[in-house]
Design a binder for this molecule. Sequence first.
Ligand code: AHR
Length: 523
Amino acid sequence: MPGRRRRALFGALTLAIAGIAAPAGAQDGATITATIRADQPGPKVDADIFGQFAEHLGTGIYGGIWVGKGSSIPNEDGYRSDVLAALKAIKVPMVRWPGGCFADEYHWRDGIGPQKDRPVKINTNWGGVNEDNSFGTHEFMGFAERLGARAYVSANVGSGTPAETARWVEYMTAAANSSSLARERAANGRTEPWTLAYLGIGNELWGCGGNMRPEYAADLTNRFATFAKAGTGKMLKIASGPSDSNYEWTDTMMRLSGKTIDGLALHFYTRPRDADWNDKGPALGFPEAEWASTLQHTLQMDEFITRHSAIMDKYDPEKRVMLAVDEWGTWYDPTPGSNPGFLQQQNSLRDAIVAALNIHIFTRHAERVRMAAIAQMVNVLQAMLLTDGPRMVKTPTYWAFDLYMPWQNATSLPVTVDGPRYRNGTVDIPAISVSAVRDTAGAVHVALVNVDPNRALPVTVDLKGVRATAASGRILTAEAMDAHNSFEHPGAVAPKPFDAARVAGGKLATRLPPKSVVVLRLR
Ligand code: AHR
């Protein structure tokens, strides 16, 4: 299919999702009509858009992933068994580590060799707590391998040197016995090299990574990237990119570093109250106005990706350089009583809807967005899993990732939507969002999100190029907007079977319950 037409179809949905007025014909209360063009397939959805971020922050690593071999909490060589099992079940494709802001303070040599000899430092970014470096390169790479996930390591640009990064890359990737560093790696328990899929060249160099101007950051990026050479395997270099709408950063980085990098990061955090970082709004017990403002805010992701991509197109029309949304998710006020430096927050049905909407956005931009990492994996911000001592609970966001597993490496299918709006106060956004893919086995999957917390919405989907007679799948919803899973009630929000969809005459018809995510497989 001609690329221009394909982009036009994606563009129509982009406008609708971005909050721009619905096309003529859409009326409140009317049936929503959507069209899926399976006959005009789009680009592949890289599995790595379902990547996750694990930083040395609060209990994200220590206690959340790593408890050490001597722990009374069941573990496999120091990794929590429950956390490993839960993450394997959703096929985590990629993990980013060690930060975040932590990355630009991290010195890899602190985290290798006998654990008792590793230095204890202070984590100045996150709570000022001790960092004993017991989770280092071998522990991270072992974790990624156990998950079957690709490894993304962020190098220290802010307070490190190009030589330090080059040596770290050599330590991880040099062929067995090929150099002193390869032999040191073997002496520390790993003879064969690891595959390092992504190398981050610093993190947020405009902020915690060194407060740089984009010109200076671009020069440093080129310097670090030049000397970081993987001994084995394919390693993509990801530059520190913009946050939100910092288009100047993107323009300068692409102009000065566009040829030396393989990806540019984008960071965007969703907040209910986006005016003041000291007053973001609570994770639970929020009014409908904050349900609405959160969802409106998260939909800005579409505009940010669209505009950063347009700038990237100027320098890289072939889309060789990916836009890697390697930090995204909700950021609320910390859980009352918790260490504010630990960024702990509960996770509710609202977060699952945020996750689903962002997955739809990434799918629509699959040509440019080929990797992403939700912040974060365990116990921090919009986490997949929460732990407390030996207890673990799966969050609604975990279940959203579970529902969308068929999207991993599937082919995106263009979608257009025409339907009513969800309005609350000044918020005015499309009431439903639709995404569709054809998986590697040929099956078509359709995801439908109703963001309206009050109204069930009838929807008809025109299935162009799909031969199907039935659809079945699962729904994620709950009575309350802030329904969540606690250690006492771990199963309060979890997917349930959904068989209220009918397929006939090339159309799928259903009624979407309020505040729900429905994912269907067509047969
Ligand atoms: O995810 C928490 C922090 O948010 C990261 O360390 C930093 O990159 C961002 O500002």
